[in-house]
Design a binder for this molecule. Sequence first.
Ligand SMILES: Cc1cc2nc3c(=O)[nH]c(=O)nc-3n(C[C@H](O)[C@H](O)[C@H](O)COP(=O)(O)O)c2cc1C
Length: 226
Amino acid sequence: MHVRDAVASRFSCRAFLPTPVPLATVRELLDRAARAPSGGNLQPWRVHVLAGAPLEHLKALIRPFAPANPRGEGAGYQIYPDPLKEPYYSRRGEVGALLYQAIGIPREDRPARYRQYARNFEFFGAPVGLFFSIDRTMGPPQWSDLGMFVQTVMLLARGEGLHTCGIEAWTHWHKTVSAFLALPDEHLLFCGMALGHADPAAPINKWRSPREGVDSFATFRGFDHA
Ligand SMILES: Cc1cc2nc3c(=O)[nH]c(=O)nc-3n(C[C@H](O)[C@H](O)[C@H](O)COP(=O)(O)O)c2cc1C
């Protein structure tokens, strides 16, 4: 697969088939993703991968509480600035509206939205759940490195015919996850990631998030020819 097609075909998949993904595939994805660049080559990423019984065990710990309690244990870090200024606020609202519209949940149906939100903590049915963490002493540059690593995993997954969804919602259960994974105190959980085979029939996988065009975020100077 051309890298262009890996980028173009990646989307946040929120319904997976139960088809397993072999350990060797996941190991190789992560090993290759470690070619991602990082400032000073710090390679500040840490990953925990769950499948099978441990994955089911963790999901079962959260399941009784998630649908009624979207904020869980309180976030381990602030996901968005508060207040979130424009145009970011509107973009976030738009993608949320599109998601719930795709599965026929009206904005005012809060219990239904919470039930769907709880699907985050099922890894949307994926057979593999990954958790990405970083040493608490690391700052924005290293968080950026971690993000590049996460994206590289996502693109390499496309090369294997697999799909992913980043899940920072997991920070709302950071205490349970950290204890379950026996994360050392110096590690901060960043996000989860669902990995597996997309369910192509699921309505939630049938819409795509919008993007601004290049002229909205880039300026170009010094090119002689158009
Ligand atoms: C680090 C990260 C964390 C994310 N966390 C969540 C999440 O908790 N739940 C979710 O449904 N989507 C999550 N997303 C997906 C974003 O909403 C999605 O990337 C964005 O709306 C653009 O859509 P696309 O990925 O389909 O192109 C996350 C994405 C990233 C990169």
